[in-house]
Write a protein that binds this ligand. Structure first.
Ligand code: MTE
Length: 318
């Protein structure tokens, strides 16, 4: 993410998008070499390769909620990241991944519900059947990926908590551990990272909690052990390494919207018609591809989600 509001301790702009041009060229050359084969069998080349990472058992691929576009290379998904807790450069999260301590880990479900609780991660995940969902992820920085997530629908967690009639929004909070997370020792953001959804967005079947990708346990740099994934919104809505899910009555404050409200709206639905104040959102660069592609409204999920915003002026509520 590009940060506009400056504080004395903020990183230099050059630190925020480091090496990206050179990285892109390198990535293109590497991908071009295997493009022919991988287009015919998405994911096959990469998933067959030997890799570190634990396989997640009993994962069912869900074709109904999956794009059949070519999967982004595993190495790109796990080495070109935005995770400011682990650094501001794209490769910092992978380099600092070991600093994120994911065990023990608990998740609190609280606020406007009849059954709040604090759960150990295993107990939180165990009741759910894990599914593979291949989603597009479109970052507000105008790049995108296709990621085979493993996870389960957020709505199952919310329903089990029995929301009261006052529950209108869901607020998410990411881990806060400045002792271990280098980014949190700098005032880049007002930590911890916070995000939020309206209740109907959170209850939509496309909205998932991911615990893995490429059939394996989620790498730390991608938001282990548990992250939100909302595929029709800019990537920053998908909070990583979450520890708290709070049902609330009022629209909750969110990290980017609080920091720069004119640049990052609460809704942040992918909308090629609404430019970011400093760049166009009409096109995106799919990581691993050379030519830019046109960005689709709602990131290509309009049929599934446009009705949630019927009657809303999406230029105003960007
Ligand atoms: N969550 C936390 N806690 N911290 C972050 O810095 N970055 C966001 C989002 N979730 C971020 C976060 C942004 S800007 C994007 S684009 C996606 O995570 C990137 O996810 P990825 O690195 O797995 O592709």
């Amino acid at each position: 993410m590009l940060i506009r509001v400056k504080r004395r301790s903020d990183p230099k702009p050059s630190e925020l998008t480091p090496k990206s041009v050179y990285e892109d060229r390198r990535r293109f050359l590497r991908t071009a070499a295997v493009a022919g084969a991988s287009a015919a069998f998405p994911g096959l080349l990469v998933s067959g390769a030997a890799r570190a990472g634990r396989k997640l058992p009993r994962v069912r691929h869900n074709p109904d909620y999956s794009t059949d576009e070519t999967w982004t290379d595993y190495d790109d998904i796990t080495s070109y990241n935005n995770f400011l807790e682990l650094g501001t450069g794209k490769e910092d999260p992978k380099e600092n991944a070991h600093r994120l301590k994911t065990r023990p880990w608990s998740v609190a479900v609280e606020g406007e519900c009849e059954r709040p609780g604090v759960y150990d991660l295993e107990d939180f995940v165990k009741p759910h059947r894990l599914e593979e969902r291949v989603y597009r992820l479109r970052c507000v920085e105008a790049w995108s990926m296709v990621i085979p997530w493993v996870g389960f629908e957020l709505r199952t967690v919310l329903k089990a908590a029995r929301p009261t009639s006052k529950a209108k929004y869901v607020a998410f909070e990411s881990v806060y551990d400045p002792k271990n997370l280098p980014g949190q020792r700098r005032r880049i953001l007002d930590w911890p990272y916070k995000e939020g959804l309206r209740m109907d967005e959170a209850m939509h079947p496309l909205t998932i909690l991911a615990v893995g990708l490429y059939g394996e346990v989620l790498p730390n740099q991608n938001g282990a052990p548990l992250r939100v994934v909302v595929p029709w919104k800019y990537g920053f809505k998908s909070a990583k390494s979450i520890v708290r899910i709070r049902l609330v009555e009022k629209q909750p404050p969110t990290t980017w919207n609080t920091l720069a409200p004119d640049e990052y709206g609460f809704y942040s639905n992918v909308n090629p018609e609404v430019d970011h104040p400093r760049w166009s959102q009409k096109k995106e660069r799919r990581i691993g591809e050379f030519f830019k592609r046109r960005t689709l409204p709602f990131n290509g999920y309009a049929d599934e989600v446009a009705h949630l915003y019927a009657g809303m002026d999406l230029r105003k509520y960007y």
